[in-house]
Every structure is written in C-alpha cells, then in structure tokens.
Write a protein that binds this ligand. Structure first.
Ligand code: ARG
Length: 603
C-alpha cells in the first residue's frame, strides 16, 4: 500500500539518525489547514533529542531534503516556525492511491495479518422462548461485522450462537403449558404464545408459590432426560429457532455453530472436578463458588445449593471446549454492558485454573438501545421486537422507493436491503458502549448520516459508471446528460443497462494530473484512509469506526459529484474522473459489506 507517512519518514530518516524511522512516522501529523501542507513534522518534539531549537531543526531538515534531490512524491517542503510542512506531489499521490484501489478492487484494505490465526466470535445468542429484542440485534450486528472484518484481515472465523436454551425457565414454561396452554395456540402464535405462558406463570406463581416447586420438579425431570419434558423443550426450541432464522435471513447473518447452553450439559462435570482438583471451589451457604475476593469481585457461582449449574458454569465449560476444538487465538463475546461483571468473573476463573489463554478472551460490551421519537406498538409491552422494527423499516423504505423511483426493477429486494441496512447501520453508528436511541426519521433519512444515504451514494456511483458504459454507443445521451448537477434522489436512479464486470473495472491507465481540484484530492485522501480504518476497527473491536468512515466517504464523493461533471467530452478528464468514481464505488461496497450491509447497484 502506498503510505505517504512511511515514504516521508524514510526520506527524513538520514537527517535524524538519532531516532528510528518508525518514530518519525508516528510524529508526522496531518495539519489542520491544507496551506500548512499535507503532512507536517512538529519539530519541538525533537528538540530535546537533537539539542537544537525547533526552528533550527525544521530549517536543517528542509535543507537536507532539498539537497538530496527530491522524490517524485514530494512537491515541496517548507520550514515554518518550528514545523516542517510537507506538500505532496498531488498528482503522483492520486495516481498511486487510485491505481492501488483499482487493482485491488474488492480486496482493497484487506490484509493477511490474521493468517494462521483463529478467532471465535460468540454473538446474537438469544434466549429460547423469549423474543429477539433490540439488544440481541446489537449483539448480532456488532458480532457479524466483527466476523466480516476479521475474515477480511485473513483470520479464520468461527461464529457461534450461544443460544440460551437451558435453565429453570424451561421448568416454568412446561408447567404453564401443561396448565394453560394448547398445542393449537402455540402453533398459531409461536413465540408470542410462549412468552404469554411465561408471563402468566409468574403472575399465577405470585398467588400460588407452589407452582415454583412444580417448575423446579419439571426442570429436574428435564435434566434427567424425562421424555415428556425433553420433547416439550425440543419443541419450544424448534419454534423459537424458526422465528430467529427468519430474522437472521433478513439480516443476512449466519453462524458456524448453534451450540447453545444445553450443548454443555454433559461437559460440565469434568470441569467441576477440575475446579475441585485445583482447589478453587469452596462452599458458601450451601452453594459452590470460586472466591474472587482478592480480585475485588463477588464470588463466581458454579453450583447452586441444589447442585444445578449456572450461566457461568456453562461459559467456563464452553470456553474450554472451544479452546480444545477450535484452538482459538481470540474468543470474543458480544453482549450488553450489564454482563461485564459476569465475564470479568469467569475470565478470572479461567486464569486461576492456570490457562494462559485467558488473555485471548475478550468481552465486547455495548450500551442499551431505546426507541426515541415515535413509539412502537409492541406485543409484550416494554420490549420492542426486532421483527416489528425490521418490517417497519422495510415498509417505509418501500414507500420511499415508490415515490422516488417507481420503475425500479427489484423493488422488494432493494426495499429489504435498504430497510434492514438502515436499522443495522444506525445500530453500528455510535461507539458501541454508548446507549443508542432509535429514531425512525433519522434512521431512514436518505440524506442524513444513514445506511440508505451511503447505499444511495454507492448506487449513484454505479449509475455514473453504467452511463459511461452506455455512452460508448449512445453518445448523445451522455453529452446532454447534466451529470453531476442533479441532487434529486431518483434522477440518477434506475438507469437501464446492467452493470457489466467490464464497466466495473475502470481503466487504471489515466492521467492523474487532471484531477486537480480540491474536491478530487480530498476524496482521494479519504479513500486512502480506508485500510487504516479497517485495521483500527479490528484493533478496537469497534465497527462504528467503519460506519462513520462510510458517511465521510459518501459525503466527500457527493461533494465531488456536485462540483464536477464526470461524463464530460474530453476523454482524458472523463477517464480520470471515472477512475475516481470506480475507486469510490469499490471502497463503499467493501465498507458496506464489512458492516453487514448490501450494496445494491440500483436504488
Ligand atoms: N443469552 C445471553 C443473553 O441473551 C447472551 C449469551 C452471550 N454469550 C455467552 N457465552 N454468555 O443475554
């Protein structure tokens, strides 16, 4: 990858032999104002090491570099009050960046830093017989995006849905079903009915506490493999899974394994023995715990008084199983911030067991989601159901398409891709730890900082490329086209003619000196930042870095698009601008894919 900072630091290195080129690299800044250069070295940082004033350092360095005979990368260097301001040769820079993007296409920004490494990502993980709510959507979209990013960086990824499919709630559900439920009602209303039964159980148990006893008995039967209990439990899972799968299909999310909590039922015993053997288990009020007092945390509960296992017992067992099965380098858990203590506790238990790989365990917490503005009608009162949100988003997008581009061929598909995309995008827009508030108007706005805005910009780039292709045969339509002057959605949309792979690969042979405006240069700069952004998103386990980058890139592209006609008569200029459009299109598409969105070519 062409990296201006590296080039410059290599060039400056002989002038500052006291420090490593990497340190120079890290000191280089992007000045706030382009008049101060494309990069600047604040020389006061070197003053102590070189025992010279910053002004002197800047002057000396500029003299050294100028004497050396400049490289094609640099236009000029100026020493200004202790800063070394570096002006890149814009046309060389543009040529290098764009050629690289055009050459790499869909893999621009990828790397192989993960080669030979495995990362397990535990995400989504809803609880059986309970609805899939917006919190699970956040886990799903963050987890899925991390999966895409890690895969893009060469890691082998294993996506796991750690379904909440075990626990005493199944005893309650069985009791409720047997007392007040019917097969017909469950078949008819699916999860809604299961939730209703569960809610009814709690209401009734307040009046009649003996129901709790009954539920415990049924859970014990389930644990012991009682046939009736097993088959009801299986049925509740199947019904829930069917609904979750619909959501996953809509979101375009897949998992490599659906190994839920129950998967570890027969695997916990040896782990409990191991904890005992390592002298980590101690009794506390009849329960068995790992004491974490020294670590300043409450004890980690391993066995209840009645000998049954807990959430943490299953997580510890699952982590050991995953290490032995997948030999992961990292195992990442994406859940709400309310579970932070739980993960801290059992990560500590793994450490105390003597497993050094505890260092590869990461909890990736996120804030809560609330619905601002308009209230949604929900079926359970407080929880906003995900399929309500998604169908609402699709319906609203469909209406927008009807209004702006009624002739679009695959309206239904695009409405789905953009409606769902809008929801995922807004979910991934803020830093994950921040609480997010969901507002329909903001989420679905085609002009705001939204998924549809980025997707629309991508489609606009596709449309320009398509018209460029058509232009080879229908000249007049190109010449009379007011390209770049329309900002109305729909104007550019749905142009006839499919994108061919030929038109998708713009000519890499173009004259970059023709891209001389500040909008063009600025767009190339934003494009050049993409690989760093991907890397940063991976390092920080933070997809929002990419989400926000995409908005910046889309804005920059639209600025260019509105200022400069692309399909102009002069062949050279047209070719150069098309190269820029093509590079933007490729980068937008990759970025969208990495956050789990489709990039439709017509909207
Ligand atoms: N089922 C849990 C919940 O809905 C999330 C599970 C997360 N994964 C894990 N290994 N604990 O809150």
């Amino acid at each position: 990858m062409f990296d201006a900072k590296s080039e410059i630091s290599r060039l400056l290195a002989p002038g500052i032999p006291e420090i490593e080129p990497q340190q120079i690299h890290d000191m280089l800044e992007v000045p706030p104002n382009p008049e101060m250069g494309d990069l600047a070295l604040p020389c006061f940082k070197l003053s102590r090491i070189l025992k010279k004033s910053p002004v002197r350092i800047a002057e000396d360095l500029s003299a050294i570099v100028s004497k050396k005979g400049s490289t094609e990368d640099i236009d000029r260097i100026e020493a200004v009050s202790g800063y070394l301001n570096i002006f890149l040769n814009k046309s060389v820079y543009i040529r290098k960046i764009l050629s690289e993007i055009l050459q790499e296409g869909n893999s621009y920004g990828s790397s192989d830093i993960g080669r030979g490494k495995t990362v397990v990502i535990d995400y989504s993980s809803p609880n059986i017989a309970k609805p899939f709510h917006v919190g699970h959507l956040r886990s799903t979209s963050i987890g899925n995006s991390l999966y895409q990013i890690f895969a893009f960086m060469g890691y082998r990824c294993v996506g796991i849905n750690h379904l909440g499919d075990w626990g005493t709630q199944f005893g309650k559900l069985i009791v409720a079903y047997k007392k007040w439920g019917s097969e017909h009602a469950v078949q008819e209303n699916l999860i809604d009915e299961l939730v209703a039964l569960y809610v009814k159980f709690h209401k009734e148990a307040e009046k009649d506490p003996s129901l709790n006893e009954e539920a415990r008995e049924w859970f014990t039967r389930l644990e012991q493999g009682n046939e009736e209990a097993r088959s009801l439990w299986r049925w509740f899972i199947d019904i829930s899974m069917e609904e979750y799968k619909k959501v996953y299909d809509l979101l375009g999310v897949e998992f490599d394994a659906y190994t839920g909590e129950s998967f570890y039922n027969d695997k916990m015993e040896p782990v409990i023995e191991e904890l005992k053997g390592k002298n980590l288990l101690k009794e506390s009020k009849g329960a068995m715990v790992v004491d974490l007092e020294k670590e300043g945390m409450p004890p980690c509960l391993i066995l209840k008084t009645d000998g049954s296992t807990l959430y943490a017992t299953r997580d510890i067992t699952a982590a050991i199983y995953r290490k032995n099965t997948y030999h992961f380098d990292k195992c990442i858990y994406v859940t709400g911030v309310s579970q932070s203590l739980h993960f801290k506790q059992w990560f500590k238990v793994i450490e105390k067991m003597g497993y050094s790989w505890y260092k590869g365990l990461y909890h990736v917490p996120f804030g809560t989601v609330s619905i601002g503005g308009e209230k949604l009608a929900t079926r359970t009162g407080k929880v906003v159901l995900l399929d309500d949100i998604l169908s609402r988003a699709i319906q609203k997008t469909r209406a927008t398409i009807e209004e702006k581009n009624p002739d679009l061929e695959n309206k239904e598909e695009v409405a789905k891709q953009m409606g769902v995309g809008a929801v995922i995008f807004s979910d991934l827009f803020s830093n994950r730890i921040k609480d997010v508030s969901f507002s329909w108007d903001e989420v679905l706005n085609f002009d705001g900082e939204t998924g549809p805005y980025v997707q629309y910009t991508h489609a606009r780039a596709c449309s320009v490329l398509r018209r460029a292709e058509d232009g080879k045969t229908i000249r007049t339509s190109v010449e009379t086209d007011p390209a770049g002057k329309s900002s109305k959605a729909g104007h550019e949309m749905g142009c006839p003619g499919e994108m061919t792979s030929k038109s998708a690969s713009a000519d890499a042979d173009f004259d970059s000196s023709l891209l001389s405006s500040k909008e063009e240069y600025q767009l190339v700069r934003v494009l050049s930042a993409f690989p760093d952004k991907v890397k940063q998103a991976l390092d920080d386990l933070e997809p929002s870095i990419l989400t926000r980058y995409l908005v910046e890139l889309a804005k920059e592209f639209n600025r260019f698009y509105h200022e400069h006609p692309i399909l102009v008569k002069e062949k050279g200029l047209r070719k150069a601008r098309l190269a820029l459009v093509q590079a933007t299109k490729a980068t937008l598409a990759t970025g969208l894919r990495l956050i789990g969105l489709h990039a439709p070519e017509k909207v």
